[in-house]
Design a protein around this ligand. Structure first.
Ligand code: BGC
Length: 331
């Protein structure tokens, strides 16, 4: 602000001194004696505004804060279950590291694998896990299931009892387990775990996880983002479901050599490659432990690697997916 002495002629109305502006232009508010009431009111409003801003920031921070499900030691945890054609596996999972926090339980899949029998098996396993690890009541359970799963409803049943078609599995399991439960396709679950903790870490572009078990499961990722419920095990090759020849069970059932089976699997992967041009195939399922028996024989252009989490991928990914769904619901 200028401190020039005012020229009284340029300030005939006795207005406060002009400050470098053309003569006649005045800013009467500049040197007015402050009105204490008005000043106090403005100060009060400013204080309220500042407080409002802090409250808004805190609300925002609370919303952005991921909801954590913790065990007694404060670790982020969820329970993962992997339902397969021959076995059901389950464990508590450390969501930050992908490690199992409880022993890994396995029971044979009930035959027939009707919903009531499978749910009873899962409930027994969860009971054991709850006795081993202290986890809060709202810790969710994720279940990887060999079917198309939409909003917790199983929509298909290729290798399980037909009673699962259009079955509201989330609701049925929640009633029994008294915890939040979220079902996802088993291959999608395994894929999510491999992309986060295993062979898919940092892999951009189009990546497939192919699980080879009783059936053949497929999970598609683009830049790490899952496209769920891709049922490429059921694409038609030689007039039949491709999984009838490419699944791990097909090798045993048909009693063929690793070499002969690798050629069948190769045919399936080549058909997928023709349609999707992935950069990478990650091969999961129990058979990934024996990857040296078949991966070197594959002729696809894309890189092919075994899953790193081997048989735990389904459990870990199901737990991750359930926690993620719960967090999204809470926000
Ligand atoms: C099922 C898929 C599942 C795959 C692996 C297929 O028969 O249709 O949903 O992902 O088997 O278990």
């Amino acid at each position: 602000m200028t401190t020039d002495t005012p020229n009284p002629d340029a300030n005939p109305g006795g207005d406060p001194p002009a400050t470098g502006e053309p003569p006649g232009v005045s800013k009467p508010w500049r040197d007015e004696a402050p009105d204490p009431k008005r000043t106090a009111k403005i100060a009060q409003q400013a204080k309220q505004l500042a407080k409002q801003r802090v409250d808004d920031d805190q609300d925002k921070a609370a919303l952005e804060q991921p909801r954590e499900f913790v065990d007694a030691t404060g670790r982020a945890v969820a329970i993962g279950v992997d339902v397969g054609g021959s076995g059901i596996k389950a464990a508590a999972v450390d969501l930050d590291t992908g490690e199992l926090l409880s022993p890994r339980h396995r029971v044979p899949t009930p035959q027939p694998s009707a919903p009531a029998a499978v749910i009873a098996s899962i409930a027994r396993m969860i009971k054991k896990i709850q006795a081993e690890v202290t986890i809060a009541d709202d810790v969710p359970v994720g279940v990887g299931f060999p079917a198309v799963v939409i909003d917790g409803v199983t929509k298909s049943a290729a290798n399980v009892d037909p009673g699962w078609v259009d079955f509201d599995a989330d609701t049925a399991l929640e009633r029994v387990l008294r915890r939040p439960v979220h079902l996802v396709n088993d291959a999608d679950a395994a894929g999510v775990a491999e992309m986060r903790f295993g062979a898919g870490v940092g892999q951009q572009g189009t990546v497939f996880l192919i699980t080879l078990g009783t059936g053949t499961g497929s999970a598609l990722f683009y830049d790490g983002m899952l496209v769920p419920n891709l049922e490429l095990g059921h694409m038609e090759i030689r007039g039949r479901d491709a999984e009838r020849r490419s699944a791990a069970a097909a090798r045993l059932k048909r009693g063929i050599s690793w070499k002969a089976w690798a050629m069948d699997l190769d045919e399936h992967l080549l058909a997928i490659e023709k349609l999707f041009s992935p950069r990478l195939f990650i091969i999961g399922g129990g058979v990934s432990k024996r990857s040296e028996r078949f991966i070197p024989r594959l002729t696809v252009r894309a890189a092919v690697v075994p899953a790193k989490l081997l048989n735990d991928a389904g459990i870990v990914g199901a737990a991750m997916a359930a926690a993620e769904t719960e967090r999204r619901r809470a926000s």
